[in-house]
Design a protein around this ligand. Sequence first.
Ligand code: UD1
Ligand code: CA
Length: 477
Amino acid sequence: MPQPSMHVVILAAGDGTRMLSRLPKVLHTVAGRPMVGHVIEAARRLNPASIVVVVPAEHDRHRSALDGYPVELAVQDPPSGTGDAAQVGLRASGARGDNDLVLVINGDCPGLRSETLEAIAAEQASGDATGAVFLSGLVAHVNGESATSPYGRMVRDTDGTLLRIVEAADCDAEQLAIPEVNGGIYLFVSGVLERALQELRPDNSQGELYLTDTLEVIRNQGGRVGLCRHHDLAEIDGVNTRAELARAEELLRSRKAEELMLAGVTLRDPSSTSVDVDVEVGADTILYPGVVLEAGTSVGEDCVLYPNVRVARSRIGSNVTMYDGTVIEDAVVEDGATLGPYARLRPEAHICEDARVGNFVEIKKSRLGRGSKANHLTYLGDAEIGAGVNIGAGTITCNYDGANKHTTVLEDGVFVGSNTAIVAPVRVGRGATIGAGSTITKDVPADGLAVARSRQVIKEDWTSKHSPKAKKAREAD
Ligand code: UD1
Ligand code: CA
């Protein structure tokens, strides 16, 4: 017999009403990635023949969120239960007959690991389960938790034979107390699933077709259903509410923290450090409490990120120090640079090697050359700044005239005195000096000095003789 080929169907068309959100449930991000993206990544590692994601009729946002994932979308309209969704997915998947396998996964379990899917596949391959393998877990029996859990209950007869799954909403009190629950991940023989789905009826409290009812149908049709028991329910926890979303976030965040620490990164306080899954951090880098590294970011080796630094979608080199409160979005920082405290890099800021960006400095769409310094209270926008440039405190590039943006060029070795306004477009030549307090409106030649401020006026003995205070004192005499 040829090797069975495995097709994956991910159910992601539900309304997610319990989230009370305008955003579809499965698109809420967990550790920087949409929920359903985590499920896709776990499934991908099994090298399936195809991955189909079942989405609702209105799925523009699903399409854009899943752009770049190697999946096909299949539309379920209207969403009328997981059984119906599986049917839509099965049809689109290309799985056929009694040789192909179909792995059906709820799209709302972002903690799912590929190891769990492999365990299910291994159970199927062992040959006992001729129809399907279901995944189950045990809910803790503390504080009546099992009675309030939203999972479907695995109902057995007195000799322990698995009979059917009863959804929480359809359970009586005795069934609600059953701690063994359905994990929402199933591996079916394609033909068996196809035949079982035809028998489903919406005779339940939701009036929906339940995929879970296939267990009983398959048994009645003479197929055997195997069970893969999972020891860690948290991993397969379905996210239905914001509270469960926060729980998933905590799980994935601590998993990522663990992975980083094993790779040689120091986290001073893992519980208050948030690193998205799609982030890389090099060895011997130290992350202080409150550091947030968002998806699409990489940080090199030997960096120190002090408290409350946030970096999103940016590339940070090695030996970079970021002092407290620094915020970086869509920027590049090269090796050896120092930033902050309270520096802000906006999109397309590029900080070259060994450059320094100090407190309350904002940089947008500008390149700060090698070893250059902007140490205090400065705005640099649309600027091309060479190497070894010194930018004094309070320097502002006036890059916007109300209609257009203009460029400032400061060539290598320029010295800009404090409190200078540079009205772009302007070019300051190599090695030129700008006097403090200048408003620069014209190009400055290389090696020149530009001073653009009013001259100082001195009036001798003015305070004691001519000031209003002095006059008042004279009148009172
Ligand atoms: C489901 C199971 C339950 C199991 C639990 C595990 C059923 C009937 N129940 O319950 O036994 O313990 O998962 O987490 O399957 N979806 C569609 N189309 C639909 C309805 C749902 O694509 O018409 C998708 C949802 O987007 C979601 C997934 O299917 O990703 C599961 O649906 P959900 O409503 O969350 O099922 P649960 O009530 O959690
Ligand atoms: Ca769910």
